[in-house]
Design a protein around this ligand. Structure first.
Ligand code: NAP
Length: 384
């Protein structure tokens, strides 16, 4: 385990190749897919990777400072990430406090004025990308109102037929949960409103900050590839929005020296083996291999395929490697490497900070502070 090392910055993919028989890149999809609409560069509009990074304490996002003073937030997209963000925006403080959310986000949310979160889905409930478990988690939040227009749950003929197919079991479950939600009596309190068949077209802003989402009602049509896509059918509707987060999927980042498929946001590969001219033993697994889809189980299967491919390529004999090993190279560069034991020291420190306040942990969000804690803890251990 070598922490605090960035491939392409501290060490190159070519150098890794010299020191290992095989390299597996499992670098994920760390960036939001861009939402290319007029006004999307207005203030207080964020991509899900930035927003989720902000509340999870990612060092690069600690200064994001979303304004939470308005009453209505709009989330574009209706996958599990959209549901995660919606939940966070409405979760009561006493529940939030128990999590490992970053301190700056906990404080900001304590003063949030957001009363309603609107989830914009360009297609219908049968096509929603979230999974039933995540919807059930929202349904279980005490005092939270979930709102669905019952008219949106009346299915068109194609969706109704789709729903009968075995692979639509989760969609059937989602639909029955949404029907249960639609039948619930309404009450006061914070709410999440599901807006199906609603596609954003542009953003309005006041003094540079988003004020509304212009959207169009849609219907489903089958495209040339046989998929159901949303087609705008009605005039624009205006949805007030003091905060907008688009959660329309993730994409990976390119790594120096490896072929990158810009369109799909993945490293070009065949079944996990990186596509290159020579006999390089580079592999990929997870979202950087197949795009941002699936849950943990799908990534496990995906990794097994890549490892299998690597073992087949190796055969029975391995060439000897040149050089003095990666440790010598990294030491030569005077990089501050974080070992697994170091990471554990940081982990213990964060957990101990949390315990004092009855939380699972309190995260550090600045890299230099993390390194200082590790250095101090190491010094203490050595002195004992
Ligand atoms: P996702 O599941 O791919 O959902 C993306 C959503 O954005 C879809 O509703 C999609 O609608 C919509 N969308 C895409 N482009 C759009 C556009 N231009 N305009 C309007 N809407 C647009 O992505 P995600 O929510 O980021 O999640 C990524 C992966 O992580 C998923 O596999 C998810 O299940 C997983 N995840 C799992 C958990 C969990 O297990 N608890 C938690 C978080 C994430 P269309 O269907 O119409 O394209």
């Amino acid at each position: 385990f070598f922490g605090n090392i960035e491939i392409g910055h501290d060490i190159s993919s070519a150098e890794l190749r010299e020191h290992y028989h095989g390299v597996i890149y499992a670098t994920g999809g760390s960036q939001s897919r861009p939402l290319d609409l007029p006004g999307a560069d207005s203030g207080n509009i964020f991509g899900s990777s930035n927003f989720v990074g902000w509340y999870n304490g990612h060092p690069d996002q600690m200064d994001l400072a979303p304004a939470l003073d308005g009453r209505t937030a709009v989330i574009i997209g209706i996958g599990n990430v959209a549901l995660d963000i919606a939940r966070l925006l409405v979760l009561p403080q006493d529940q939030l406090k128990r999590t490992d959310i970053a301190d700056h986000a906990l404080q900001a949310l304590a003063h949030s004025g957001i009363e309603e979160v609107r989830l914009l889905a360009r297609r219908g409930p049968v096509q929603a990308a979230f999974t039933p478990k995540e919807l059930e988690q929202l349904m279980a939040i005490p005092g939270l109102q979930l709102l669905v227009d019952p008219a949106d749950l009346e299915l068109d003929e194609i969706s109704a037929r789709q729903l009968e197919q075995p692979e639509f079991a989760e969609a059937r479950h989602n639909l029955s949960l949404l029907r249960e939600i639609a039948a619930r009596p309404q009450a006061e309190g914070k709410r999440i409103r599901f807006m199906f068949y609603t596609s954003p077209s542009r953003f309005a802003a006041v003094d540079g900050r988003v004020s509304a989402v212009q959207a169009q009602r849609t219907e489903l049509v089958r495209n040339a590839a046989g998929q159901l896509e949303a087609r705008a059918v009605a005039d624009s509707l205006e949805i007030p929005a003091a905060l907008v987060v688009h959660a329309i999927g993730y994409q990976g980042s390119a790594i120096d020296g490896l072929p990158f498929d810009q369109r799909r946001g993945v490293i070009g590969n065949a079944g996990g083996r990186v596509e290159a001219d020579d006999q390089q033993h580079d592999y990929v697994a997870g979202w950087i291999k197949r795009g941002a889809s699936g849950v943990i189980g799908s990534n496990r299967q995906c990794a097994s395929e890549s490892v299998q491919r690597m073992l087949e390529d190796f055969g029975s004999s391995l060439p000897s490697l040149a050089g003095d090993g990666i440790d010598a190279l990294l030491a030569e560069r005077q990089l501050e490497i974080v070992s697994l034991a170091d990471w554990r020291l940081l982990d213990q420190h964060e957990q101990a900070r949390g315990r004092i306040e009855g939380r699972t942990r309190r995260k550090l969000v600045k890299v230099d502070e993390m390194l200082a804690v590790i250095r101090e803890a190491r010094a203490r251990e050595e002195a004992q």
